[in-house]
Design a protein around this ligand. Sequence first.
Ligand SMILES: [Zn+2]
Length: 182
Amino acid sequence: MIRAIPIIDPNEYPPMTTWRLFPTQLPSLVLGWTWVLFAFCLGLAHRLHVDEGVLCGYWRPWVEKRWDFTTTIGHGMIKASWFHEGTRFHERIHVWLYESICFLGFVLALALLPALEWRGSLILWATSGAPWLIPLYLYSAFRWKRRGVTWFQAFYYFTFWERAAYSETKSHRDGEHDRWEL
Ligand SMILES: [Zn+2]
């Protein structure tokens, strides 16, 4: 028998940023805010605002013609114009993933402090978060390729964090977030 996981109304979810663990997430905050500010300065994004510790913006229309995905890297999110509340629930899962990996990086850095010394440990922790997803993307690509999916699907849709986020918000673009109606 498969036991149902607890269903929680996404409106009752904890905030995007887990403030209690704030110091451990610094790498994700620095990376996230930096890339969104960078995109703003390069004229790729506009309408900056902060949502529960995450620096957000919108793609400028000329970018969206080529890339119409809401993109979250660390605590930085650039939204497509079709962004809706369901997308927010989806992206929040990604922010939590980045936080989890930074927490892992923090714990590993502490545990390995005697071997790595403070500089090595600092580098280990500072590079945790989004950079650590790169091998996981590669794993997903190799895991799923040749199973009737395209490279993009293998790289993107079949990563475990996209599976997790999409399971929260099945429909992505039509304004529905019917996860709790299952
Ligand atoms: Zn996603």
